[in-house]
Design a protein. Structure first.
Lengths: 119, 167
C-alpha cells in the first residue's frame, strides 16, 4: 500500500505501516514516523485525506475486539464514557483506525513514536 | 502507589516507569450522579401533586436506576496510572487509553471531598472538526478524567512534575 500514500509523504517522512479497515468502507490508514494518515475514497479517483501529527495527539485509545482486530481512536474521551444524558455517538474522537488487524501492536508502535522510543 | 503494577506491566514502554496507580472507585457521588440526583429528587417531589402519578414515578426511578447502573459498570475494573511519560487508563477486557499530559494546557482538581477529588484535563486547542462525518466546524475535545482519586493533591503534584512545572 506504499503507492497509496507515496505522494502524501514529506521528505523527512518514512512510511512505517499501512492498512485498511476490515469493515471495508473505503478507508485506508497509514502511520509514518511523524503522522497518522487516513485516506477516504469517495469514488475510485477522488478521496479525502486527514492527517494528525503523532506528538500532538492528546489521547490514544485502543479498543480490542476479537482475533487481534481492534480500533484505535485518536483524541477525546474514553469510548464507554457516558455524556450525561447524551446517548449519541462520541463527538470528541478526532480520527480513528476502525477494526484493523494487529491493532495492539500498532497501538504500541504509535505510542513509541509519540514518546520518542520508536524509530 | 504502585500496587497495581501488574495491570500496567504490559502497557509500559521501554523507558517508562510507573509512578502512581489506583483502582477507580465504582461509586462516585460528587460527580454526574450528584447532578442527576438533583434532577430526579425534585421530580419525585412534584409527582405527589399529580393524580395517577405512578407511571411517572416509575419512569423517574427507572431512569435513575439505569443511570446509576451505567455509571457503576463504567467504573468497574477501571485502573488509573501515572508514569514518567503519560497517564494510562485501563478498563480490563475493554480498552486502554493513553493521555499525553505534556501537551495539555491545564490540569484541575474538581469535586473535592476530604482527600479525594477528580482530576480533569484541558487541551491547548479545541479546533478539531469531525471531517469525515460531515462536521466541518470546530468541536471541543473532551478529555478523560480521573474520578474520585485518593490523595488527589499528591497525584496532582506528581502530574505537574511530569509536565515539568515543578521539581
Amino acid at each position: 500500500m506504499v503507492d497509496e500514500f507515496k505522494e502524501l509523504l514529506t521528505e523527512q517522512e518514512t512510511l512505517l505501516w499501512s492498512g485498511y479497515s476490515t469493515m471495508g468502507n473505503y478507508l485506508v490508514y497509514a502511520v509514518t514516523n511523524r503522522r497518522i494518515l487516513i485516506k477516504k475514497y469517495l469514488t475510485e479517483k477522488y478521496f479525502k485525506v486527514k492527517t494528525l501529527a503523532i506528538k500532538e495527539i492528546p489521547t490514544i485509545v485502543l479498543i480490542e475486539e476479537k482475533k487481534g482486530v481492534g480500533t484505535i481512536k485518536f483524541g477525546g474521551s474514553d469510548p464507554m464514557r457516558e455524556n450525561s444524558l447524551s446517548w449519541g455517538r462520541d463527538a470528541t474522537v478526532i480520527a480513528q483506525f476502525k477494526s484493523i488487524l494487529e491493532a495492539k501492536e500498532l497501538y504500541r508502535k504509535i505510542l513509541s513514536l509519540q514518546y520518542g522510543s520508536g524509530k | 502507589m504502585k500496587e497495581y503494577f501488574d495491570e500496567f506491566k504490559e502497557e509500559l514502554l521501554e523507558t517508562e516507569k510507573l509512578l502512581w496507580s489506583e483502582k477507580a472507585t465504582k461509586v462516585v457521588i460528587f460527580d454526574e450522579e450528584f447532578f442527576f440526583i438533583s434532577f430526579i429528587l425534585p421530580l419525585l417531589y412534584f409527582t405527589k401533586f399529580l393524580e395517577n402519578n405512578l407511571a411517572l414515578l416509575a419512569l423517574a426511578l427507572l431512569l435513575f436506576s439505569v443511570k446509576f447502573y451505567r455509571s457503576f459498570k463504567r467504573r468497574e475494573n477501571l485502573f488509573y496510572a501515572l508514569t514518567n511519560l503519560r497517564i494510562i487508563i485501563i478498563k480490563k477486557g475493554f480498552y486502554r487509553e493513553s493521555i499525553n499530559i505534556k501537551i495539555l494546557d491545564k490540569v484541575a482538581i474538581r469535586n473535592r471531598f476530604r482527600d479525594r477529588g477528580t482530576l480533569k484535563f484541558y487541551e491547548k486547542t479545541n479546533t478539531h472538526g469531525d471531517f469525515f462525518n460531515g462536521d466541518f466546524g470546530a468541536r471541543q475535545v473532551v478529555l478523560p478524567k480521573l474520578e474520585n482519586v485518593k490523595n488527589v493533591e499528591m497525584v496532582y503534584n506528581e502530574i505537574l512534575k511530569v509536565q515539568g512545572y515543578i521539581k
